[in-house]
Design a protein around this ligand. Structure first.
Ligand SMILES: [Zn+2]
Length: 248
């Protein structure tokens, strides 16, 4: 994923590569500065030639390693570190709220300012997360935070748990406690393909949510995980699912 650049590291590469939002495609792109069209593209940040060249080495399925490689659902292929045609940008805010409010949970305080938490449009789902801006595909949220547990039975509530599988075995991330988790706990799961706009994936032992279908202003963020990973669903209730996630 492209990490947001630090102001101190800003590159002065006037004709070089840029990470842009392509509004026609609703997606992030790598693009040379000279091809940027006002109104169609919006620059996010500049990138060094070296960085762009290092992106997008295709990996055969049998060599997939969730620590290093990320699957591209558009190309149906794994890449190291990710696909160059469909780049990923890690979106987070260091200090999303300055509110000293005692009514907000720790998880709510991590919510980026471009998003809001309000009642979901899914029946019986409680709250959900909605966008105040247009979010192109390729944006990545996370990592998902929760209490690390090694026993599934200790996970408090369905719909708040991911199982992370690594080469040493597996563990569970339980976000049922809003004071020991982050805002991603409020994103609802849906199995209706037409509603999904986020796709969960594992990378470097963490779980992230990637936008794969652009989210319009006012749209609800809804996550599922891809067939490629082969998943198992432990319990299914009206609200959501216990997310069992096998990435490798
Ligand atoms: Zn791709």
């Amino acid at each position: 994923m492209v990490e947001p650049e630090d102001n101190a590291e800003k590159q002065h590469n006037s004709n070089g590569w840029r990470l842009v939002i392509d509004f026609e495609e609703g997606a992030l792109k790598f693009m040379k500065q000279k091809y940027i069209i006002n109104g169609t593209h919006q620059e996010i940040q500049s990138l060094s030639d070296k960085f762009v060249k290092s992106i997008g080495k295709p990996i055969e399925d049998e060599y997939f390693d969730s620590e290093k490689h990320i699957y591209c659902g558009f190309c149906n292929k794994y890449y190291e570190p990710f696909c160059r045609e469909h780049p990923l940008f890690h979106y987070y805010e260091k200090n999303p709220t300055n509110e000293e409010s005692t009514t907000l949970t720790a998880a709510e305080k991590t919510l980026p300012r471009v998003l809001s938490i309000r009642p979901s449009k899914l029946p019986g789902a409680g709250n959900g997360v909605f966008s105040k801006i247009f979010i192109p595909s390729g944006v990545v949220f996370g990592p998902y935070e929760g209490v690390k547990l090694f026993n599934a039975e200790k996970c408090a509530k369905e719909g708040y748990t991911w199982e992370v599988v690594d080469k040493f075995g597996s563990y569970f991330l339980d976000s049922s406690d809003p004071n020991q988790s982050n805002w991603l706990r409020y994103i609802n799961c849906t199995r209706r393909e037409s509603e999904q706009n986020l796709f969960a994936f594992q990378n470097g032992g963490c779980i992230y949510y990637r936008v794969y279908r652009p989210i319009r202003i006012g749209g609800e963020l809804l996550v599922w995980y891809g067939d490629k990973f082969g998943f198992d669903v432990i319990g299914q209730k009206e609200k959501a699912l216990q997310n069992v996630f096998h990435a490798s």
